[in-house]
Structures are given as C-alpha cells and as structure tokens.
Design a protein around this ligand. Structure first.
Ligand SMILES: C[S@@+](CC[C@H](N)C(=O)[O-])C[C@H]1O[C@@H](n2cnc3c(N)ncnc32)[C@H](O)[C@@H]1O
Length: 223
C-alpha cells in the first residue's frame, strides 16, 4: 500500500486499485460508513465518489485546487455533512467550514457532526437569503455549492458577491435536471456558464458521470 498526494491532506491510496482518501483531522470515526485506513500511524478516510460530487471530480481528473490548511469555506447545501466532513479534514483544525442547510431533518446530523468536528459551523437557513447569515460568516477562501435548485446559479452569485474573496475559487455542482429537464444537459451548463462569466473565470467543467448522474462540477475563479 502507498499514498500519492493529490493536494494537501488528499491522497490516492494505491493498492490493487486506487482509493481517494482524506487525512482525518479528527481521529478514526467513520462519518457515513466510509472505510477507515490506518497507515504509518495516521488515520485516512475513504472519500466516496458515489456519495460526494467533490470526490467524483478527483476521480474524473481534477488534480489540483486552491483549498488548504486553515482556509475558511462557505458550503451551501450541506445536507447531513458527508462532503463537509472531508472539507473539514482538508482545512484542518485551524480552518472553518460554514455549512448551510435548509432542511431541518438533514441538519440534525450536521449539528451532531459539528459537535465532534469543531471546525464545522452549521447554519440552518436558506442559501437564497445570505443576508440572514451575513453576521456569522466571514469573507471566505472557497465557496462550495450543491443545492440542486432551479435558481442555483443566482444563489451561487449572490453568496459569492457577499462572501467569496476576489481571486478565490468557487466550486459549483450544477444539477442539470434541476434547471430544465427538457433541454440537453450540455446546453443547460453552457447557459449557466454564460451567466457566470461576468463575475468568474471558468477554470474547469467536469462531467461527473458515472459517479453522479446529471451533474457537472464547475471550478470558477472570482474576478
Ligand atoms: C444533493 S444534497 C447535498 C449533498 C451534500 N452536498 C454532500 O455532498 O454531502 C442538496 C442539499 O441542498 C439542500 N438545499 C436545497 N435548497 C437549499 C437552500 N435554498 N438553502 C440551503 N440548502 C438547500 C437540500 O436540503 C439538500 O440537503
């Protein structure tokens, strides 16, 4: 078994096959049933591409992104915290991830997770109304969004305007079927990218098939 670095605290674990893992910042507990590996005295958590669009992007060729130790991240559409837990690993105990989730039943697990992982700050609110949480969220080094809503691009732009530092990265999971089921998904992404270009440079667009259906991940840099 050996580890190959992808970015700080994210590795390919190379055995008979390759497995994406994050170096755990908070010990050896599994968060959502993912495998735990102990290697050279450290704990690594499998980052499952069928459960996390961010992980799927690495399996589909993403090999670098500006997220690292001590970063402040705003995460919209946190759900029960599956991907948030890996972001929490990457930014480490000195980072902060502000995790916004609208559905109270999902937020229950997120709040429990935040009790274990002190760098997660759960916010039960609507990402369409960033003014509601502007008092508790600072300027951030990365914005991640996965909300699967028709107006997802407007939500992304609104939050980036308020919270994302210029020159920093936005990661935007576009669910093509949430926008318009009757239009070819490639056209849907193209139209959303057009709206984003005024404020962002589009660095990459990654189709997440076969790990995630009807999804592309856009990597954007705020101008
Ligand atoms: C596909 S799930 C997110 C999965 C999660 N990102 C992960 O990888 O672990 C989408 C989530 O966005 C939430 N959501 C939808 N609309 C929202 C809104 N306006 N504000 C905040 N969260 C929202 C949903 O309740 C749902 O939990």
């Amino acid at each position: 078994m050996e580890l190959k670095r992808v970015i700080d605290r994210v590795y390919w674990l190379l055995d008979r096959r390759r497995t994406l893992v994050t170096l755990s910042a908070y010990g050896g507990d599994s968060v959502y049933g993912e495998k735990i590996f102990n290697f050279n005295g450290k704990v690594y958590r499998e980052w499952v591409p069928y459960r996390s669009k961010f992980a799927a992007a690495f399996y589909k060729g993403l090999n670098g992104i500006d997220i690292k130790d001590s970063y402040k991240v705003l995460y919209l559409g946190a759900s029960s915290g599956t991907t948030v837990s890996h972001v929490s690993d990457i930014i480490g105990v000195n980072g902060q991830v502000y995790a916004v989730e609208i559905a109270e039943e999902m937020a229950v697990n997120l709040i429990l997770l935040a009790e274990e992982r002190k760098n997660i700050f759960p916010i039960v609110d609507d990402a369409r109304k960033p003014e509601n949480y502007s008092g508790s969220v600072p300027k951030c080094d990365l914005l991640y969004q996965d909300v699967a809503q028709r107006d997802q691009t407007d939500i992304f732009i609104k939050n980036a305007d308020l919270f994302l530092k210029s020159g920093k990265i936005g990661v935007f999971a576009v669910k093509t079927r949430s926008i318009d089921v009757s239009v070819d998904p490639r056209e849907v992404v193209k139209n959303e990218v057009k709206k984003l270009r005024a404020k962002f440079d589009v660095i990459r667009e990654i189709n997440l098939y076969p790990y995630q259906k009807d999804h592309s991940l856009l990597i954007l840099r705020k101008k």
